[in-house]
Design a protein around this ligand. Structure first.
Ligand SMILES: Nc1ncnc2c1ncn2[C@@H]1O[C@H](COP(=O)(O)OP(=O)(O)OP(=O)(O)O)[C@@H](O)[C@H]1O
Length: 217
């Protein structure tokens, strides 16, 4: 079964089309790099898949559920359960500790599982820093917290928008390797927007976005 299927997705702003004819299938456990020129619509596509933005046309099936017949609440609930999102700028909550940031997706599902939070912090080599506040961490450490948070609730899909864009080459390689290992171990599919050739080659498959759709790269 595919984790995510999109068919015929199209999106524009006003009279300006961004993309159309997007067909995409992601299988469990695969990491797919999404490449494309600046302004080609990679972030917009990710946001449409995440439900942060709405496509103008097309269909999305997530974890076997067609999103179209669902009302807003049901879509949000499905996404809260099945989706993890990693942003370039980390988006951690500054007033929460590292452990509480990681626990957030579980809390939003009404769950509490300190053991799982500790396990994820160990998985990203941050077991010692659980009580720290985000301002006390380096960029690479913040991004590792964001990976732990994206996977803590065992989502089937992880969307990552340039997760290594803010990091130097060594930390970027470390973060990518962790993302790879964590998503493979979890059997989650991961769509990774990146400008980096190194990141793209760490992926199982590469796709390029242009105005008329997605192409193998
Ligand atoms: N809210 C908005 N209103 C109008 N136009 C927008 C909006 N958001 C994005 N755009 C436009 O849509 C196009 C795609 O933007 P998007 O950020 O998705 O591209 P991208 O491929 O992620 O770019 P980059 O690689 O530079 O991050 C751009 O031309 C951008 O100017």
């Amino acid at each position: 079964m595919t984790v995510l299927s999109a068919r015929g997705l199209a999106k524009g702003y006003g009279d300006t089309p961004v993309f159309s004819n997007i067909d995409l299938d992601l299988a469990p456990g695969e990491i797919v790099a999404l490449l494309g020129e600046s302004g080609s619509g990679k972030s917009t596509l990710l946001n449409c898949l995440a439900g942060l933005d709405e496509a103008d046309a097309g269909s999305i099936t997530l974890a076997g559920q067609d999103l179209r017949p669902l009302d807003d609440d049901a879509r949000s609930a499905l996404r809260r359960r099945e989706l993890g999102f990693i942003f370039q700028a980390f988006h951690l909550l500054p007033h929460l500790s590292v452990a509480d940031n990681v626990a957030l997706p579980l809390r939003l599902l009404g769950l509490k599982d300190d053991g799982r939070v500790a396990q994820m912090l160990e998985a990203v080599n941050l077991g010692q820093l659980a009580a720290r506040m985000p301002r006390q961490l380096s960029g690479g450490q913040l991004q590792r917290v964001a990976i732990a948070r994206a996977l803590v609730h065992r989502p089937r899909l992880v969307l990552a928008d340039e997760p290594t864009g803010n990091l130097d080459a060594r930390h970027a390689a470390e973060v990518l390797e962790l993302l790879r290992r964590c998503t493979h171990e979890a059997g989650a599919a991961c769509l990774l927007v990146t400008h980096s050739e190194v990141a793209a080659h760490a992926a199982d498959r590469r796709l390029r976005l242009d105005a008329d759709g997605l192409h193998d790269a």
